[in-house]
Design a binder for this molecule. Structure first.
Ligand code: CTP
Ligand code: MG
Length: 232
């Protein structure tokens, strides 16, 4: 039952990370950052293919690195776009055109989230199988303030019921295509937002809080320490 297509948006430029090359190439535990989650997803029997949305300039290097993973036969490349949602849209078109009849589900996962746990993948896939739309998320832990123009705290927000969205975000192929078809061009910060706009509910699945996205250089040191603590 290889019914899941994975989309790995990897076509960003890592502005906030601020390295010469894409942050996705930065070494984490001795191998390129992006390969960690890719490997976790490739190893699953439900995953029939993994589409990397890439920048043309990164493609050759990514292809070389992909060839060293456990299931390079499952990996495909497509050129990404200017915004993350453009990159996902391009990969989604490619998945649909490849027309593997077995594919029922699409799991979109940031290439920049290397610490993804296999058990969380299981949870979000299982939930999506019932709801057609499910994302990993964690309840907000901090105290939330609304800042005024002068940056003074003008309101303390009630954090009950507030979640931080993560990835993977898993949808039925039909539902995600419908969401992208009706909202193409309008900016969205994640894929779930587009599905929410169709009126279809998106289930929140509580995942590990350490499924962090590498955004700033400091995040890499944190990720390295978290990976070490898992194996020792
Ligand atoms: N991404 C993408 N296409 C884009 C922009 C982002 O595929 N046009 C991908 C990134 O490669 C990353 C994921 O979406 O894996 C999450 O984006 P983010 O963390 O913001 O990465 P960057 O956009 O590369 O970083 P920055 O915003 O700091 O430039
Ligand atoms: Mg970005």
């Amino acid at each position: 039952d290889a019914s899941v297509a994975v989309i790995l948006p990897a076509a960003g430029s890592g502005q906030r990370f601020g390295d010469q090359s894409n942050k996705l190439f930065a070494p984490l535990a001795g191998r390129p950052l992006w390969t960690h989650a890719a490997e976790t997803l490739l190893r699953r029997d439900e995953v029939s293919c993994l589409w990397l949305a890439v920048s043309p300039g990164d493609r050759e290097q990514l292809e070389e690195q992909a060839a060293m993973l456990s299931r390079p036969d499952k990996i495909h490349f497509v050129n990404g776009g200017a915004e993350r949602s453009d990159s996902v849209a391009a990969a989604l078109d490619a998945v649909a055109q490849a027309a593997e009849a077995s594919i029922q589900w699409v799991a979109v996962h940031d290439a920049a989230r290397p610490l993804l746990r296999a058990e969380d993948v299981s949870s979000v896939l299982a939930c999506a199988a019932h709801t057609r739309a499910a994302i990993l998320a964690t309840p907000v832990t901090g105290t939330l303030k609304r800042g005024a123009r002068d940056q003074s705290a003008c309101q303390t927000l009630d954090r009950r019921g507030i979640w931080v969205a993560q990835t993977p975000q898993v949808f039925s192929l039909d539902l995600l295509r419908q969401a992208y078809a009706s909202h193409r061009g309008r900016p969205a910060t994640d894929d779930a937002e587009l599905v929410e706009r169709t009126g279809h509910p998106v289930a929140l699945v509580a995942g590990a809080a350490d499924n962090l996205k590498i955004t700033y250089p400091e995040d890499l040191a944190v990720a390295e320490a978290l990976l070490q603590s898992r194996t020792h």
